[in-house]
Design a protein around this ligand. Structure first.
Ligand SMILES: [Zn+2]
Length: 398
C-alpha cells in the first residue's frame, strides 16, 4: 500500500475525529447546572477516552497494514456516535484504495440504509458506490449508479465527469458528447471544446468503420468547426479524402494537422506512403521543401525528413542531417533507427566511419519514445487521452 495514501487517509480520519470530539465537548459544556454539567462532563470524557483509544488503535492497525483489525476499531468508533457518516466514507475510500472493493461497497451500502441521512452525505455515498463499482470493473453498474445520481442531482459535476468517462470507456460517443456539453454549462473548463472535438472525431471514426462515409465526413468537419486545432480530426479527414480519391485535399488536411503539432510529424508523414506512386513522390518532396524553412529546428520533423531522404536514396544528404542531429540531440529516441538505415543503405560505410564511431560512443538507448507532458507517463505510441492522468492532447515525443 502506498505510504502517501496511508498518510493521507490517516490525516483525514484524524481531522474528522478531532472535529467530532471538539463538537461534542462544545455542545456538552453549554447547558445544565454545575453538578449536572460536571457529571455529564465526566461521562463525556470517559466516552471520549474510549473513543480515542479505539481510534488510535485503529490508526496503528492501518499503519501496520492490518486493515481487518483497523476496521473493527473504527466500527467501534462509528457505533459510539450517530454522527459518523464521514468516518464511514473515509473508511470506504480506504478499503477501495487498498483494493478491498467488496468491503468498500458494503460500508457504503450500509451507510445509505441509514434513515435521515443528509442530502450531501447521500450524494457522496452514492458517488463512492459508483467509484467502488468502477474499481471492481463493474462498469455497467458504475454507469447506472452515476446515471441515477445525475437524475437526482443534475448539477453534480463530479458525477457527470465520471459518467462521461464511463460512456467514453463504453464507446458511447453520443452520450459522452451530451455529458460533455452539460459539463461545459456547469463548470469553467477551458479544454471543453477540445474534448468535444475529440469525442466528435471518435464518433466519426466509428461511422467511417461502419461504412457511413458521408456521415463520417460531416462529423470530422463538425469536430474541426468545434476546435480547428483538433489534430486527430484533420488526420482522419485527410484519410477519408484520400479514400475518396482526393489526394491533394488529403495532403492539405494532413499538412494542416502537421502545423497544429509538428512534434507529431511522424503521424502525418507515415500517411504519405498511401499516396499514389507517380504523384506521391512529388507531393512528399513539396511537403518537406515547404516545411523545411520553418521547422528545421524541430527534431521530430527532421527525423521524418531524414527517413524520406533515405527512402529516395539521397544518402549523403541524409548523412549530413544525421551528423547535425547527433550533436544537437544525441539522446533522441529516433536516432538509432536512422543510423541503422544509413548503414544498410550503403555498400561500404567507409566514408561514414569516423562519425559512426563517434555515434556509438555517445549513444544511449532510449526509454519509451512518448511521454505525457502533464504527468510524465511514458508510452510506446501516441494516444490522444493520457491513460494515467486523463488529460487530452498531452502526449508527445520525449
Ligand atoms: Zn498524463
Amino acid at each position: 500500500m502506498n505510504a502517501y495514501l496511508i498518510a493521507g487517509i490517516v490525516l483525514i480520519l484524524f481531522l474528522l475525529i478531532l472535529l467530532f470530539l471538539l463538537k461534542k465537548r462544545f455542545i456538552s459544556s453549554g447547558r445544565g447546572n454545575h453538578l449536572e454539567k460536571a457529571a455529564k462532563n465526566g461521562r463525556a470524557t470517559e466516552k471520549q477516552d474510549t473513543l480515542l483509544r479505539s481510534y488510535f488503535r485503529g490508526l496503528s492497525y492501518i499503519l501496520s497494514n492490518e486493515t481487518d483489525r483497523a476496521l473493527v476499531e473504527f466500527i467501534k468508533v462509528a457505533q459510539m456516535s450517530s454522527d459518523t457518516s464521514e468516518i464511514y466514507l473515509a473508511l470506504g475510500q480506504l478499503f477501495r484504495n487498498t483494493g478491498e472493493v467488496d468491503r468498500a461497497i458494503r460500508i457504503h451500502r450500509n451507510l445509505l440504509l441509514r434513515s435521515s441521512l443528509p442530502d450531501d452525505i447521500t450524494l457522496q455515498t452514492m458517488f463512492e458506490i459508483g467509484l467502488d463499482y468502477k474499481k471492481a470493473g463493474l462498469i455497467e453498474r458504475a454507469g447506472r449508479t452515476f446515471e441515477e445520481l445525475h437524475e437526482k442531482f443534475p448539477t453534480y459535476v463530479d458525477a457527470l465527469q465520471e459518467l462521461g468517462g464511463i460512456y467514453e470507456m463504453c464507446r458511447e460517443w453520443d452520450k459522452a458528447i451530451k455529458i460533455q456539453k452539460k459539463l461545459a454549462e456547469l463548470s469553467d473548463n477551458s479544454d471543453s471544446d477540445n474534448i468535444l472535438a475529440h469525442l466528435t472525431t471518435e464518433m466519426a471514426k466509428e461511422a467511417e468503420q461502419a461504412g457511413k462515409t458521408s456521415k463520417a465526413m460531416t462529423l470530422y468537419r463538425q469536430a474541426i468547426s468545434i476546435n480547428k486545432n483538433c489534430m486527430d480530426a484533420w488526420l482522419h479527414l485527410g484519410d477519408l479524402q484520400l479514400k475518396k480519391g482526393k489526394e491533394q485535399e488529403a495532403v492539405n488536411s494532413w499538412t494542416k494537422a502537421f502545423e497544429i503539432n509538428p512534434d507529431l510529424a511522424k503521424l502525418v508523414v507515415g500517411r504519405f506512403s498511401q499516396l499514389s506512386p507517380e504523384k506521391g513522390k512529388k507531393r512528399k518532396d513539396d511537403f518537406f521543401q515547404s516545411c523545411l524553412d520553418t521547422y528545421a529546428d524541430n527534431i521530430h520533423f527532421i527525423f521524418c525528413y531524414i527517413n524520406f531522404l533515405l527512402d529516395v536514396n539521397r544518402t549523403d544528404e541524409a548523412a549530413d542531417w544525421i551528423k547535425r542531429v547527433m550533436f544537437t540531440n544525441p539522446d533522441a529516441a529516433e536516432i538509432f533507427p536512422v543510423v541503422a538505415r544509413l548503414v544498410k543503405s550503403t555498400e561500404s560505410c567507409k566514408q561514414y566511419q569516423p562519425f559512426l564511431q563517434e555515434f556509438f560512443t555517445i549513444y544511449k538507448p532510449p526509454l519509451k519514445p512518448y511521454q505525457c507532458r502533464q504527468c510524465g507517463y511514458q508510452l510506446d505510441e501516441v494516444v490522444w487521452k493520457c491513460p494515467k492522468c486523463a488529460h487530452w492532447d498531452t502526449i508527445g515525443p520525449r
